[in-house]
Design a protein around this ligand. Structure first.
Ligand SMILES: [Zn+2]
Length: 81
C-alpha cells in the first residue's frame, strides 16, 4: 500500500528525522489525478462510483443515498488497488 503511494509519486520521501524515521510529503497534484481516475470507475468499497471531498482527509461516497465515508488512506488504497 505505502509502496504503491511511492511508485505513483503520491508520497515522496523528503528526509529523515533526528531519530532516524523517514519523513514524507504527499504530492497533492498526483493525488488529485489519482482521485479523478478513480471517479471514472465504479468500485468504491461501498460499491458506488464517485466520491466527494468533505474537508481535509475525509471523503464521502458520491451517491446521495449512501453515507459511506472514507479516510484518505482508504480512498488512495482503492485508487491504486
Ligand atoms: Zn456508497
Amino acid at each position: 500500500m505505502f509502496k504503491r503511494f511511492r511508485e505513483h509519486g503520491v508520497i515522496e520521501r523528503v528526509g529523515r528525522t533526528s531519530d532516524g524515521a523517514n519523513t514524507y510529503r504527499t504530492d497533492a497534484g498526483a493525488y488529485e489525478v489519482a482521485r479523478e481516475i478513480r471517479q471514472d470507475r465504479d468500485t468504491l468499497p461501498c460499491g458506488h462510483g464517485g466520491m466527494r471531498n468533505l474537508r481535509g482527509d475525509d471523503y464521502t461516497c458520491g451517491n446521495p443515498d449512501c453515507d459511506a465515508r472514507y479516510d484518505r488512506e482508504t480512498v488512495a488504497d482503492a485508487v491504486f488497488a
